[in-house]
Design a protein around this ligand. Structure first.
Ligand code: 13P
Ligand code: SF4
Length: 354
């Protein structure tokens, strides 16, 4: 627990013993008890960019979820070992697109005669297999902080985009940032024959959205926005683009976790904010900015933590650091060479976006 001074001391001692051999990365959704030990914190983009920042570190301890650790392994050298303190820290959204399902989808697009016009754009929140598929088919990865730039790039390469696996980020970016209409988007359901779409529907669409979503952000609703506006007059509603379209359309501001932090840093004293993203981050921001007179509340009090992000707790971090300090490599995340090569192509296209 955060108040267990023994565990805090053990984590500190193991980290000190490891010295420059270890580099700890922490996503903004991590618990306070964990984030205090991160050398770098960030959103998914910043963590992908910074993963390779310490080439001398033998171990990269990734406090986040599985797809982030895979991406760090892909983007770092072969002798750097990436460790995920709890292997059960997955992401339900990433699990919504499997390699088999996506290969089947590509067959459907080929069958409809449109595969050559389609550029895959995959959200960072996807497995290394999906990133490899994306690289193989000339596509790019994106995160919530560069989705518009990724789509701009993709529409220079082809006429249509297959957006995997978060339908909401895909739709929100297309409609809110690119001026497309909801009718330009169709949803491909991997559990239905032909994705539940006719060849005509596929040919008419600009954005083919995979039917995936985030189980945390999907729970914010238009009612959450209306209720908080009624409760707190003058409140600014700031949400993550993984929220449903009607929530994003009703919000005042939309952005990644890093964007949310920057917006609150820049906010004037006395301003009021309702934040629609994961609870660990919102609580931390509410505590951090309360002394400056900024009132920060959670957009919907019935929405809870990301349960898989929360699996990385102080006991798991202590266990990982102490094991490494004793020379035992535990919980290594290693992407196989062939997958890595194609996934890296897609990730590097993202890192090269203007
Ligand atoms: P960002 O930190 O990139 O905004 O992503 C949020 C998220 O859901 C990560 O799982
Ligand atoms: Fe996945 Fe949502 Fe959790 Fe992010 S917040 S790790 S998208 S389930």
């Amino acid at each position: 627990s955060p108040s267990d001074p023994d565990l805090v001391e053990r984590a500190r001692a193991a980290k000190e013993k490891l010295g420059d051999k270890v580099f700890v990365l922490g996503h903004h959704y991590q618990r306070d008890e964990v984030i205090q030990f991160a050398d770098v914190t960030g959103d998914s983009f910043k963590l992908a960019r910074d993963a390779a920042a310490r080439p001398e570190a033998e171990y990269i301890v990734f406090c986040g979820v599985h797809f982030m650790a895979e991406s760090a392994d892909i983007l770092t050298s072969d002798d750097q070992k990436v460790v995920l303190p709890d292997l059960a820290a997955g992401c339900s959204m990433a699990d919504m697109a499997t390699a088999e399902q996506v290969a089947e989808c590509w067959d459907v697009l080929t069958e409809a005669g449109i595969a050559e016009q389609v550029v895959p754009v995959s959200y960072m929140n996807s497995s290394a297999d999906i990133k490899a598929f994306t690289g193989k088919h000339g596509g790019t990865i994106c995160t919530s902080s560069n989705a518009k730039r990724a789509l701009d790039w993709a529409f220079e390469q082809g006429e249509k985009v297959l957006f995997l696996p978060d339908q909401h980020l895909g739709r929100n970016t297309a409609v809110r940032d690119m001026g497309m209409s909801l009718d330009d988007c169709v949803v491909y359901n991997p559990h239905k024959p032909n994705g539940g779409l006719t060849a005509e529907e596929l040919r008419a669409a600009k954005m083919i959205l995979w039917r995936g979503h985030c189980s945390v952000h999907g729970r914010f609703s238009l009612d959450s926005v209306n209720d908080v506006r009624a409760r707190i007059p003058g409140v600014n509603v700031l949400v993550h683009p993984e929220c449903r379209h009607e929530v994003v359309a009703a919000a005042d501001y939309v952005g990644s976790t890093e964007y949310i932090i920057k917006a609150l840093e820049a906010a004037p004293a006395g301003s009021k904010w309702a934040i629609g993203t994961e609870l660990n981050l919102v609580r931390r921001l509410a505590n951090r900015f309360a002394p400056e007179g900024k009132e920060i509340v959670f957009l919907d009090r019935t929405v809870c933590f990301c349960s898989t992000m929360n699996r990385i707790d102080l006991p798991h971090l202590v266990w990982a650091l102490e094991s490494l300090a004793e020379g035992n490599l535990v919980n290594r995340i290693e992407v196989d060479k062939e997958t890595e090569a194609f996934a890296k192509l897609a990730l590097e296209r993202m890192l090269a976006l203007p």
